[in-house]
Design a protein around this ligand. Structure first.
Ligand code: GAR
Length: 220
């Protein structure tokens, strides 16, 4: 993997540059896990290896991984975490770091990652979002797009920064909104595109790396 960061000083993960080893991926998910499933089915394991799946709660995504004997971890976002968010961030960072990932993929992980976590894995976390950012950030992107009445929405894969869905965009694809769409029908059509796009992006990063120049990110 080659992640070259122009402008920002350090080259992320220098030890893995030009390495023939597969990219070590930790996947974060909080829900159904269909994105995780598509990664498990479609990723070329010679290029990208899912070394662990983590969550903030029990969810079908974790069960999918457990069935395939992929290591999982859970750092529950419980009442204590609500009182001490910094403590939760630290525990989550420790849990992820234990797997020494090259990259982290937020694939339906419905919690904002803390600043300390994002800084610790700077330019090595990507997120997939069910809208064409910067339109409709946040947890209700599909509903918000439908309510607004846009005719085209889509999906975005971006580098995670400390904002909510604000990081540099790596790839986007459109999806046409139909007149009789519901949140469910539209989200499912977006997910079909999203699953393939995420896998394409990961293969591309494993093959050639990515570049970031300030606000702009590029697949090489
Ligand atoms: C995906 O559409 C993903 O983009 C979205 O949750 C869905 C997860 O689907 N994430 C967000 O909305 C984050 N803001 P899945 O559980 O079937 O993989």
């Amino acid at each position: 993997m080659l992640i070259r960061v122009t402008e920002a000083q350090p080259v992320a993960n220098p030890s893995n540059i030009s390495s023939a080893k597969p990219l070590r991926l930790v996947v974060l998910a909080s829900g159904f896990g269909s994105l995780l499933q598509s990664m498990l089915e479609m990723l070329d394991t010679a290029k990208v290896e899912i070394v662990a799946v983590g969550s903030d709660k029990d969810c079908p995504a974790l069960e999918r991984a457990q069935k395939l004997q992929i290591p999982t971890f859970k750092v529950p976002f419980d009442a204590e975490a609500k009182k001490d968010r910094t403590g939760w961030d630290l525990r989550f960072l420790e849990a992820v770091s234990a797997y020494s990932p090259d990259m982290i993929v937020s694939a339906g992980f419905m919690r904002i990652l803390g600043e300390s976590f994002v800084e610790a894995f700077k330019d090595r976390i990507i997120n997939t979002h069910p809208a064409l950012l910067p339109s409709f950030p946040g947890a209700h992107a599909v509903l918000d797009a439908l309510d607004y009445g846009v005719k085209v929405t889509g999906t975005t894969v971006h580098v995670v920064d400390t904002g909510v869905d604000t990081g540099p965009i790596l790839a986007q694809e459109p999806v046409v909104v139909e007149r009789d769409d519901t949140v469910e029908t539209l989200h499912e059509r977006i997910k079909v595109v999203e699953r393939r796009l995420l896998v394409d992006v990961l293969h591309s990063i494993a093959d050639r790396g990515m570049d970031r120049d300030g606000r702009k990110a590029y697949l090489k």
